[in-house]
Design a protein around this ligand. Structure first.
Ligand SMILES: [Zn+2]
Ligand SMILES: [Zn+2]
Length: 348
């Protein structure tokens, strides 16, 4: 066959030209320059790729290599291609890149060099622009039932919120606190995303227990997705009582032993038994007194069925039924008592 490029007649043909002429102009790779422009958030380094903002934690250099790797087209005729990518230098937001391509084409090994540019278009991603504008999706309202929050609770809640956000922020740029307001009735935390807020509420409840109430409100529409935008107010109402406080539940007087996100455990002061109260059943709990109200008195007599103490306020003798947990008490020794509903309870 005759090659119209070089005039030879004895060479292997590829299409209508000879193999040598074909390889002379052959390109192992094709670089579509328009695809090497990436939008990068100047604040968080997240980038716009395949129609989506991604904030996987890769640095600028990795991003440039990834963009090259993803967008360089390799000719279908080549086999065993090996690309060696290199950033030669940064010129402002432009990365000058060098590519060495090794491949086999039609049984021949060829080696080519390319120079190209990756442009980083500095912009602000939607998450950062939300953050900058003070955007928030949830207000967590920390409150206490029938009382003010105590300082220890506020400090602990702040710590839980900030520590949890610090962890979540590594994965989601929306895990931030836009605002914190201390009000007469409690503390409000304005949280960037629903997802982060839910995690915060879970962690706060693990510590404090309490009752959750949610009220979502439609605040607008997401321009890009057309979905409704909601802002949710989540209130966590901490119980009036703390651990060690004295409460009444189903006509029994109990001392609170522990509080968690699922239940309250409390000791029955008459029987010494532990009572478990789930949060959903907790609204009938009545708070009575705390450890500051505990008094000291003396045992004045003891029989197989009763124990007698002096009422520490009236100094009148009071007989109480003797229970198993009082076996160790002896006449003349001091005991702690709490008076609730005009009745004395010995604390063991
Ligand atoms: Zn030729
Ligand atoms: Zn950003």
């Amino acid at each position: 066959m005759f090659c119209p490029e070089c005039g030879s007649t004895n060479k292997k043909m590829v299409g209508n030209i000879c193999k040598d002429c074909f390889l002379k102009d052959f390109q192992i790779i094709n670089i579509p320059l328009e695809k090497l422009i990436i939008s990068v958030c100047a604040h968080c380094n997240s980038h716009y790729i395949n129609g989506k903002w991604k904030d996987i934690g890769i640095n600028q250099e990795q991003l440039i290599y990834q963009t090259l790797k993803d967008n360089v087209d390799i000719n279908e005729l080549v086999k065993n291609v090996e690309l060696d990518l290199d950033i030669v230098k940064m010129r402002g937001s432009i990365a000058e890149c060098h590519i060495i391509a090794d491949a086999e084409v039609l049984g021949e090994s060829i080696n080519q060099e390319y120079y190209t540019e990756v442009r980083l278009n500095q912009t602000v991603c939607p998450n950062c622009s939300k953050y900058n504008s003070g955007y928030y999706e949830v207000v967590i309202q920390l409150r206490a039932d029938n009382r003010d929050l105590i300082d220890e609770e506020i400090v602990l809640a702040d710590t839980i919120i900030y520590e949890t956000l610090k962890r979540l922020f590594k994965k989601s740029r929306m895990a931030y606190i836009a605002q914190r307001s201390e009000l007469k009735e409690g503390v409000d935390y304005y949280i960037g995303s629903q997802k982060a807020a839910r995690k915060l509420v879970i962690n706060l409840r693990k510590q404090f227990g309490g009752i959750i109430k949610e009220s979502p409100r439609l605040i607008g529409q997401d321009k890009s997705t057309g979905k409704g935008l909601y802002r949710t107010w989540i209130s966590i109402r901490l119980p009036e009582y703390h651990v060690d406080d004295f409460i009444e539940y189903q006509n029994n007087i109990l001392q609170v032993k522990s509080i968690d996100d699922n239940k309250i455990l409390a000791t029955n002061l008459d029987t010494g038994n532990i009572t478990k109260i789930l949060w959903k059943d907790s609204d009938t709990i009545k708070f009575h007194k705390n450890m500051k109200d505990v008094l000291i008195t003396t045992i004045t007599s003891k029989s197989p069925s009763e124990i007698q103490i002096l009422d520490p306020e009236t100094f009148q003798p009071v007989d109480l039924p003797l229970t198993n947990n009082m076996n160790d008490l002896s006449i003349g020794s001091e005991v702690k008592v709490i008076k609730i509903n005009k009745r004395l309870y010995i604390l063991s």
